[in-house]
Ligand binder design. Structure first.
Ligand SMILES: *[C@@H]1O[C@H](CO)[C@@H](O)[C@H](O)[C@H]1NC(C)=O
Ligand SMILES: *[C@@H]1O[C@H](CO)[C@@H](O)[C@H](O)[C@H]1NC(C)=O
Ligand SMILES: *[C@@H]1O[C@H](CO)[C@@H](O)[C@H](O)[C@H]1NC(C)=O
Length: 427
């Protein structure tokens, strides 16, 4: 596993814990956990243990790339809504049983990253179901950028306003319908798949467009995490902590105690300079919260993607535990950072520039502000809605609507009655 480290660090709070999170399954076929899409800004690429079907099929000519002329704004009739952009999708025809046999279409929904041309889980299962595999890129990511360029598209709220889950679902609906028509595949059922944010999209697509998505498999999709009453009090940060505790109690304790060490140094007259030097920051720290946010994000990412062959939590803890015996807490942490990020001349801990769409998309913040952090290795909840709101204000001049997602897609109300409805759909 390689971890791209160029991304901003301040959104760790909204990284979802991949494998231990809600496995919200709304599905009509049997299945195991699909491979997860990258979540948050941390783009994690998995080293494939086997040759993927798309890679394997490229040479054999099974893999094809397309662009669909997509409508910018599906939901009103203002002239600018009719602008279009090119949305990328790829198809693997290799296993498809064909329209005449009504063979299914598996659609892998893009999340907040460039298109995944290798949805391994779908590839693994396509032969058995004789399924067509389609992977669609999410608007504003990869090559599917409106307004002609990334710079334009990400300019400000006027252009970013079209980046939201409802528009993305409508994009997917439109492409699926058009594709079925072009393939004369009217009788082919469509099963949508996704993990994490894209997993939420999969379940929401099934809810909002049941005539298009006949089934959905949503993996690690925290659809209930928007709801104050349902989201677990001991959620994300507890599980991150547990992962560390199980890896090494010593490592866990060093981290747990380091927060007050950081605070106490920061409160000294030249404390920030000491911390900057200790942690080799590229720019002098102007507040200790930047350092703490950076560390939070490293612990979150390492735990969220704590998979073989690298096991980043183990990598970090080995560095913390294996430090020379006389090392103090902060030196140990620094070694942990270096082990995770790689040895660098300096580490950039400034809050990111927000060029990535996920910043904007978090205007729909996931409700984890109320999470408790007692019995964890964290001192305070790294997510604070008020603070986050002021961040959105200062960066985009918009205020989050934290509960809109619940109005739009339902929260705990949809989970029970609709889940059974989802399960009984189309047999
Ligand atoms: C975004 O930028 C464009 C071009 O500079 C400008 O016309 C528009 O008013 C801006 N919108 C906002 C919300 O600032
Ligand atoms: C279906 O065919 C039309 C006409 O050629 C084309 O414009 C459209 O992009 C195709 N749809 C898809 C999803 O490829
Ligand atoms: C968020 O909180 C931190 C630490 O309390 C503070 O330094 C920062 O200025 C706050 N950010 C915003 C946007 O309010």
């Amino acid at each position: 596993m390689t971890i791209t480290t160029s991304s901003p660090q301040n959104i760790s709070v909204l990284l979802f814990l991949s494998s231990v999170f809600f496995l919200f399954i709304s599905i009509c076929i049997a299945g195991a956990t699909p491979r997860l899409s990258a979540i948050g800004i941390a783009h994690v690429e998995y080293i494939l243990s086997s040759i993927s079907c798309f890679l394997a099929s490229t040479s054999a000519g099974y893999y094809e790339e397309f662009f669909y002329t997509q409508t910018l704004d599906h939901f009103n009739y203002r002239p600018e809504s009719y602008e279009t952009f090119q949305q990328k999708y790829v198809i693997n025809f290799k296993n498809w049983g064909g329209a005449d046999d009504g063979a299914p279409i598996f659609v892998y929904l893009g999340g907040e990253a460039e298109i995944d041309e290798d949805p391994g889980f779908l590839c693994d299962n396509a032969p058995q179901f004789k399924a067509l595999i389609v992977s669609i890129e999410h608007r504003y990511y990869g090559e599917s950028i409106p307004f002609g360029s990334r710079e334009e598209a990400y300019q400000n709220a006027s252009t970013l306003g079209y980046l939201n889950s409802a528009q993305a679902l409508a994009d997917y609906a439109e492409i699926i319908i058009s594709l079925k028509k072009n393939l004369s595949a009217d009788s082919s059922p469509v099963i949508v798949f996704g993990g994490s944010y894209a997993g939420m999209l999969a379940s929401w697509l099934r809810l909002k467009y049941p005539h298009i998505a006949h089934g959905a498999l949503a993996s690690s999709a925290p659809v209930l995490y928007f709801d104050d009453n349902v989201a677990p009090k001991n959620g994300y940060w507890s599980i991150v902590s547990k992962n560390y505790l199980e890896t090494s109690k010593f490592c866990y304790n060093v981290i747990k105690q380091s927060w007050s060490v950081i605070d106490s140094i920061a409160s000294r007259e030249n404390g920030l300079a000491i911390l900057s030097k200790k942690f080799k920051t590229c720019y002098p720290l102007s507040k200790s919260s930047d350092l703490k946010r950076y560390l939070h994000s490293i612990y979150a990412k390492s735990a969220q993607y704590d998979s073989p062959p690298e096991y980043p939590v183990t990598v970090i803890c080995n560095a913390i535990v294996g430090a020379p015996t006389e090392s103090d807490y902060l030196s140990r942490l620094q070694l942990g950072v270096a082990a995770f990020k790689g040895k660098k001349n300096c580490y950039d801990m400034r809050r990111g520039e927000g060029k990535h769409g996920w910043y904007w998309q978090m205007v729909m913040p996931i409700g984890i502000g109320h999470e408790e952090v007692k019995d964890t290795m964290f001192k305070e909840s790294p997510f604070d809605l008020k603070n986050f709101s002021s961040f959105c204000q200062s960066r985009y001049n918009v205020t989050p609507r934290p509960h809109w997602i619940l109005n739009e897609y339902g929260g705990k109300q949809h989970s029970k009655p609709h889940l059974s409805w989802l399960l009984t759909a189309r047999t």
